[in-house]
Design a protein around this ligand. Structure first.
Ligand SMILES: Cc1ncc(C[n+]2csc(CCOP(=O)(O)OP(=O)(O)O)c2C)c(N)n1
Ligand SMILES: [Mg+2]
Length: 571
């Protein structure tokens, strides 16, 4: 009898250039879309893209390409992929990389580099991208040997999307992209020094359960970690089971339904009075995936002074960084909440506390001034909410309009809210809306922009027009760097140094120049009518809304003050 000889066929290796390998590796990572801008050092990569197309979105500026990738990542949960050329292409990405780092957004950023032989010689369009981005990336690589590229790309996607998400950069010298090799693609990642812990310590979970049972004034603070951990459902179940009120951070909005009876609103500098007083008075503060940013805490001396602090965070570096923590739990938000829900939790006796907070919400609601002609930005935000049934994806720039949107839109679903929180990047909102619309082509995406911030990235009207993306741009036009003006009015005796913008383009004509329909509205009646028409259309639209020029964002914790010292609180 002849023994059957099993021959294991070796996978056929195929010779390919670095650029082709790059495309193959992206395909293996299931990348559907990349945002970028070509140039000399990435010509080989773009040539490979031409021959082997993955969808490429050509922004009009690299900063917009990366903000679009951030918007895409924020609403889709998938990593945003960016390509830029060496030198100025790469340095134009710096703001976006920093923004993604601050707000924990998963990005994989490819930059071209001058050829290996001339690195360090001040070659044409050479910039030390590794040096520049070292502190603003979760990790960065410069490829020196083409055979390393498959491993590096696999690791980059792994690092960007696991643990606390963040941006990872890969710098590819031009000659590496043109060298030919027979690559071995890898699927496993071997990174002994990078092992993010997702599973909570059981004893700590029990400790938290005990603290919950004993608390009289318990409070949940839910941050963006709940969204990144896809834990909104578990958060709702946890809050309802324990009947504990919830405060959201700016970036955590949407992690808990805004219309829920346990919701106290956003905390922090422009949070609600009740949310901030709840943090001030709480005896147990359960932070889930928030980083105790200074805009949230106010003066740390007065932050949750009476509370036992529990902090669930996937990033151990966040625990105890700003606020002393009694129950540290290093874990993924979803896993930690599931473990808590697995226990038979004893809900705290906190009736009095809840009643007190309800009373406070009634007594100190958000309010707006009745002075001045023009559209009330707060009413405008509510109108946008109503016309979109509260279901739009909403992006903002940075400033007053951002805070009004956070206060008044009322997000009830996760991942519909896209804003630049940590870095506070003007120019973010419009390109981020483009990325969000690309991720969700059928959804209504509204970019709420300041008249100043919009002018930082408005060149992307060209991209919107080209792709016929139905993004709705709503400019809250107060002819000012409104938030700067507000601080100058309050804290610099009305010396409006460089914060007024009397000379503006005609935004409607500007949109028209790109073939985009524009409207200008100056009364609430006009605004309502136009919103109804424009927000339901399947076309890009720009609406220039003339809002009250002097309206301010209230209430507010002034710089250096504590949670309990809010100004602009009105019964
Ligand atoms: C890139 C950048 N530069 C400067 C600032 C400082 N800054 C914060 S808000 C603001 C004013 C923004 O004006 P606008 O976009 O019209 O929004 P508004 O506050 O009027 O709603 C400025 C200049 C910033 N956040 N980002
Ligand atoms: Mg403005």
């Amino acid at each position: 009898m002849n023994a059957k000889v099993e021959t294991k066929a070796k996978p056929l290796k195929q010779a390919m250039s670095g650029a082709e390998l790059f495309i193959e590796a992206l395909k293996k990572e299931n990348v559907e879309v990349v945002f970028g801008y070509p140039g000399g050092a990435v010509l080989p990569l773009y040539d490979a893209l031409y021959r082997n197309p993955i969808r490429h979105i050509l922004a009009r500026h690299e900063q917009a390409a990366i903000h679009a990738a951030e918007g895409y990542a924020r609403v889709s949960g998938k990593p945003g992929v960016v390509i830029a050329t060496s030198g100025p292409g790469a340095t134009n990405l710096v703001t976006g990389i920093t923004d993604a780092m601050m707000d924990s957004l998963p990005l994989v950023v490819f930059t071209g580099q001058v050829a290996t032989g001339v690195i360090g010689t001040d070659a044409f369009q050479e910039a030390d991208v590794i040096g520049i981005t070292m502190p603003i990336t979760k990790h960065n690589y410069q490829v020196r040997d083409l055979n390393e590229l498959p491993r590096i790309i696999r690791e980059a996607f792994h690092i960007a999307t696991t643990g606390r998400p963040g941006p990872v950069l890969i710098d590819i010298p031009k000659d590496i992209a043109t060298t030919v090799t027979e690559p071995t693609f890898v699927t496993d990642v071997h990174l002994p020094g990078y092992q993010p812990n997702t599973t909570p310590n059981v004893l700590q979970i029990k400790k938290l359960a005990e603290a919950i049972a004993q608390a009289e004034k318990p409070l949940i603070l839910a941050g963006a970690g709940v969204l990144h951990g896809k834990a909104a459902e578990e958060l709702l179940a946890f809050a309802e089971e324990t009947n504990i009120p919830v405060v959201n951070t700016l970036l955590g909005l949407g992690a808990f339904p805004a219309d829920h009876p346990l919701f106290l609103g956003m905390g922090g500098m422009h949070g609600t009075y009740t949310a901030n007083m709840a943090m001030y008075e709480a005896d147990l503060l359960i932070n889930i995936g928030a980083r105790f940013d200074d805009r949230l805490t106010g003066n740390l001396q007065h932050f949750a002074p009476n509370a036992t602090v529990a902090h669930i965070d996937i990033d151990p570096a966040e625990i105890g960084k700003n606020v002393d923590t009694h129950i540290p739990i290093v874990a993924d938000a979803k896993e930690a909440l599931q473990k808590l829900l697995d226990l038979e939790l004893t809900a705290p006796e906190a009736n009095e506390w809840r009643l007190h907070l309800k009373q406070s919400q009634k007594e100190f609601p958000l309010w707006q001034s009745e002075e001045e002609e023009g559209i009330s930005p707060q009413q405008l935000t509510k109108m946008i909410h109503d016309v979109t049934s509260g279901e739009a994806i909403v992006t903002t720039d940075v400033g007053q309009h951002q805070m009004w949107t956070a206060q008044y839109y009322g997000f009830s679903e996760p991942n519909r809210w896209v804003t630049s929180g940590g870095l506070g990047t003007m120019g973010f909102g419009f390109p981020a809306a483009i990325g969000a619309q690309i991720a969700h082509p059928d959804d209504t995406v509204v970019a709420i922009a300041g008249d100043a911030g919009f002018q930082m990235t408005l060149q992307e009207l060209g991209l919107v027009a080209e792709l016929k993306l139905p993004v709705k741009i709503i400019i809250y036009n107060n002819q000012a760097l409104g938030m700067v003006r507000q601080w100058q009015e309050k804290f610099y005796e009305e010396r409006y140094s460089q914060s007024l913008l009397p000379c503006q383009p005609d935004f409607v004509q500007l949109a028209g120049a790109y073939g985009i329909k524009g409207y200008s509205v100056s009364t609430e009646e006009e605004a309502e009518q136009v919103l109804k028409e424009a927000l339901t259309s399947r076309e890009p639209v720009l609406i220039d809304c003339r809002i009250k020029r002097k309206e301010k964002v209230y209430p507010m914790i002034a710089p250096g003050k504590g949670l309990h010292e809010m100004i602009g609180v009105r019964p």
